[in-house]
Design a protein around this ligand. Sequence first.
Ligand code: E4P
Length: 216
Amino acid sequence: MKIFIDSGDITEIKEAQSMGVIDGVTTNPSLLAKGGRPTRQVIAEICEVVDGPISAEVVGVEKDAILREGRELARIHRNVVVKVPLIDEGLKAVRILAAEGIKTNVTLCFSAAQALLAAKAGATYISPFVGRVDDAAGDGMDLVLQVVTIYRSYGFPTQVLTASVRHPVHVVQAAMIGSHAATMPLKVIKQLTKHPLTDVGLAQFLADAKKIPELV
Ligand code: E4P
């Protein structure tokens, strides 16, 4: 399963990249607003740091506006994936962008029915938002299971990108279900490396290493 960092912060992205475990980056307007810098500038910088799919979101909500923005974003770098909201106008744009060879990530997916339509429209990625489904008293991982099952049943090439990941269990479950990718904040990437027995075991090994005599 591919691991993407969900961030618009270059320092965080560099940190994740240095860990050697990330395959790409996703951003959204809320994440980019925190940095207070123009979207295109930040996306171009991210593309210099990570050589993988970099999702950049349009803010238009009508087909023509989405197409205009999507084409502009795609011109920034060959790795840019245009993030499009899962609305009727978005799906119309996805179909046209796909025909032009522009990759898309259909975002704000909260149902298997929506995911089915995104695949029919030719989306490169679909992003089910598991954390937000859980927040609304639903089962986010069940949504991922439904989408993966439907896509596999019909051989859709659209990749499932588990999004709105809040903790390591979401990541493990996404991998077990067969999600193609999961995107998560740096905090969750760092949580994935942690285990208390690793810390205890390492402390013991380091303490014992001091008892080993030096060669004289
Ligand atoms: C996905 O592409 C979104 O940027 C992101 O995962 C949303 O996560 P949130 O629900 O934590 O805001």
